[in-house]
Design a protein around this ligand. Structure first.
Ligand code: PLP
Length: 380
């Protein structure tokens, strides 16, 4: 029987599950279900990992984005965002009262480059930008985006939902701009089941995040007055505890992904197949390893052929860009300027690399890629 290699892996050992169960009991016995010691510790530990002064845990990555946009004053402003991103990035801008302005991407990194950003920034006179580290990738010229925004007084927030552990030039994702949002959705590099985190170096922003996640209460968590137009966007203590367990093994989980990515890259090199290279980074989360398919090769056929060999690809990043999503049909999109996005979104695959990928998986995955891509890539 063919072994199956899956795109999802919940990285908790039997011992860790028992530890979480024990602590769940303690949480219930204490009755401290939200905004307690684990939320507090998780925030401190996550900030220390990312290198920011502060972090605040919230209910989802989406709420982290919405809170950040609200406190940066996105309402009424045009906000640059890549079209190649998750629904949540664009929806959060609209919910915050901003207008999304789509940016194209390069095939090299599946994110915009500085020139694309500057062109959109100047043409649309944006008031802010949301940068998404797609698949965990931070492009070499991102530093120019940061410098440009600082010089022009444009706020720049990171959607770091894919980028736990990614870093470039000695700085980690989440500490590169004016605030960042992480997601701990089940498929992400680390999970809390549902959850999110805002990281920031700005103390007043941090305090406001803590208020906005808790019905606008500024001082203390319970009772009292409501000062800010917040909502109920808290994380539970059990989720925070799972986050602490996941965080302490994050570097190990990323290292397993990176090892698999290196070997798959070697395999692709021998086949003359291209992929998004992250060798300029200190470390890439490898949330998604992006393979660019040669012209004329049908993505669905490749995925099917791989699945017949037991290799199940997860979703791409992304198969359908946001400017082509029905829900965003009334958001203006300059399609000729989004040509790379329209070309490459449907023409890539992400092989199943996770923190559970074994050496045996890598051998099987490489063999399947060789069989499927070498044949399909061969000249007629
Ligand atoms: C790029 C990106 N941003 C934001 C989100 C939203 O995160 P969540 O699902 O935790 O709300 C996701 C994932 O779902 C994502 O992939």
């Amino acid at each position: 029987m063919t072994r199956t290699i899956n795109p999802f892996f919940l990285d908790l050992t039997g011992e860790e599950i028992e530890e979480v169960q024990r602590e769940f009991g303690e949480i219930l016995r204490r009755g401290e279900l939200i905004l307690g010691r684990h939320t507090d510790s998780f925030e401190k530990e996550f900030a220390a990992y990312v290198g920011t002064k502060f972090a605040a845990a919230v209910s989802t990555g989406t709420s982290a984005l919405e809170i950040l946009l609200a406190l940066k004053g996105a309402a009424g402003k045009r906000i640059a965002v890549p079209s190649n991103t998750n629904f949540a990035s664009v929806a959060a801008i609209i919910r915050a009262g901003g207008t999304p302005v789509f940016m194209d991407m390069t095939p090299d990194y599946f994110v915009p480059n500085f020139d694309m950003f500057r062109e959109v920034a100047e043409r649309h006179r944006i008031g802010g930008a949301m940068w998404v580290h797609i698949g965990g990738i931070i492009p070499p010229d991102f530093v120019r985006v940061v410098e440009h925004c600082a010089k022009q007084g444009i706020f720049l927030i990171e959607d770091a939902a894919h980028a736990h552990g990614s870093g470039v030039a000695g700085v980690k994702a989440g500490n590169l701009a004016d605030g960042a949002a992480f997601s701990f959705f089940p498929t992400k590099v680390m999970t809390t089941m549902e959850g999110g985190m805002v990281t920031t170096n700005n103390e007043s922003d941090w305090k406001l995040v803590k208020s906005l996640r808790n019905q606008g209460k500024r001082d203390g968590n319970y009772g009292g007055l409501h000062y800010d137009m917040g909502s109920s966007l808290r994380i539970s203590e059990i989720a925070a505890y799972i986050g602490r367990v996941q965080l302490r093994k994050l570097d190990r989980m990323v290292a397993v992904r990176a090892n698999a990515a290196r070997q798959i890259a070697d395999c692709l090199k021998a086949l003359s197949i291209e992929w998004c290279d992250t060798s300029h980074m200190d470390q890439a989360s490898q949330y998604k390893f992006i393979i660019r398919l040669p012209d004329g090769v049908e993505t669905g056929a490749v995925k099917l052929a791989l699945s017949q060999r037991g290799v199940i690809c997860g979703g791409g990043v992304y198969d359908v860009p946001c400017h082509l999503q029905p829900v965003f049909s009334n958001v203006e999109a300059d399609r000729p300027k989004l040509r790379n996005t329209e070309t490459w979104c449907p023409r890539h695959i992400c092989p199943p690399i996770t923190s559970g990928t074994t050496e045996e998986d890598i051998v099987a995955l490489s063999a399947a890629l060789r069989e499927v891509l070498a044949v399909r890539h061969a000249p007629v």
